[in-house]
Design a binder for this molecule. Structure first.
Ligand SMILES: [Zn+2]
Length: 399
């Protein structure tokens, strides 16, 4: 049976007041407020509140958060930041944690409650955990498929070459249903950039998967790897299907080198994910966007063994991106918002995204006059709609 709902008096990002008609889960008409011909549609009056497309959570770790579980005090590294030491802390913490499916559900509901209805989660695959994390998160994804679209990255948290057997496990993870293959600091972790990338891009080609690589290496070492990833993406015709997460190196290089890197990334169609981390150089959002690079964002770790922060709110993330980037003007605040909405949808290759006739009616309603105000005020009183049906209000799930 066809269902019609009319969301009357909706304020769009351009300030216009419209009526949004949703038919069978998609926007079927957008007309000036009050001018819509009467029909059998059920009416929901939005009284001039702002309507925006649902947020895109572009980088999260559903398997390793302790959100909703006991608080785990952060353990500092003993001799400067060391990924291997952090992984060991993580293994110890996870052994004592609530079941993974329960923790993943807590985190998913946090994100949906705040307005994210599409997500990319990295899921750990290595010799110590095998495919256990992937199997658990695949099952959770299945249970939540009506609520949120989730794509999974097979993530070699323990490296690839330095963790024998991982390449085979990554291949298995792609076969099981992960859409993307991840990577981890090819230079500093596996100490073999080409060897690491051969496996990542080889498996991506073999399975038709996307690529999203964690790259924390800074300075010219980081830049070198960004260039290698861009060159391979172009050579393999994978434009639009590759992302580099963090890419800290782009945040601490000279302006001319950055300009060159921006042009290269744009031409190769490689997206950059940044969560605007505290106390760390990060890719310059405005300069990369100017060069034509797709910059998207995510919460990354939420209350896990890496740091205690994260709230699963991509509107708050847009605020952090703007704050750390020195964005003050309206067009800059709108750019920060774009990072967590349309640019995220582009990076994740989402179909039918946005507030437009024919698009999927996944949207968030909030008390704000316009997008710049929403980014600075981060209003809490939001209602989240999935395919035109309310799924969360004031941060709480409705179903
Ligand atoms: Zn991450």
């Amino acid at each position: 049976m066809t269902t019609h709902t009319r969301f009357a008096n909706a304020r769009l990002a351009d300030g216009s007041l419209v009526d949004l008609t949703v038919t069978d889960g998609r926007f079927s008409a957008i007309t000036p407020a009050g001018k819509t011909a009467e029909d059998t549609a059920a009416i929901v009056d939005l009284v001039g509140q702002l309507v925006v497309p649902a947020f895109v959570e572009g980088h999260i770790h559903l398997d390793t958060s302790f959100y909703g579980d006991a608080w785990r005090p952060h353990i500092p590294c003993t001799n400067g930041f060391d990924v291997r030491e952090r992984v060991a802390f993580q293994a110890r913490n996870l052994a004592a944690a609530a079941p993974m499916a329960e923790r993943a559900r807590n985190q998913l509901e946090l994100c949906v409650g705040n307005g994210s209805l599409a997500m990319r989660s990295h899921v750990m695959v290595d010799a110590s955990v095998g495919l256990k994390h992937v199997e658990t998160i695949l099952a959770v994804r299945e249970k939540y498929r009506d609520l949120i679209d989730i794509q999974l990255v097979a993530f070699p948290q323990g490296g690839i070459l330095s963790s024998p057997g991982t390449a085979e496990l990554l291949d298995e993870a792609l076969k099981l249903g992960c859409e993307l293959i991840g990577g981890l600091d090819p230079a500093s972790f596996d100490r073999d950039v080409n060897g690491h990338l051969d496996v990542v891009f080889g498996l991506a080609q073999k399975r038709g998967a996307g690529v999203d690589i964690h790259l924390h290496d800074g300075g010219t070492l980081g830049l070198f790897q960004v260039e290698e990833i861009a060159a391979r993406t172009k050579a393999l015709g994978m434009q639009g299907n590759v992302a580099v997460s963090h890419a800290y190196g782009l945040g601490d290089i000279q302006a001319d080198a950055l300009e060159k890197a921006g042009d290269m990334l744009a031409a190769a169609g490689v997206a950059i994910m940044t969560n605007a981390p505290g106390n760390h150089a990060f890719p310059p959002v405005a300069a990369l966007r100017r060069a034509g690079v797709t910059v998207f964002s995510g919460s990354d770790n939420i209350r896990d063994s890496w740091w205690p922060y994260g709230d699963g709110d991509m509107l708050n993330r847009a605020n952090m991106i703007g704050y750390r980037s020195g964005f003050y003007e309206d067009h800059e605040l709108e750019a920060a918002f774009d990072v967590v909405t349309h640019a995220g949808a582009k990076a994740l290759r989402l179909d039918g995204y946005g507030i437009a006739a024919g698009a999927r009616a996944d949207f968030v309603v909030m008390p704000a006059e316009h997008v710049p105000e929403a980014v600075v005020a981060v209003p809490k009183g939001r209602t989240v709609y999935r395919a035109g049906g309310a799924v969360a209000k004031d941060g709480k799930m409705l179903r």
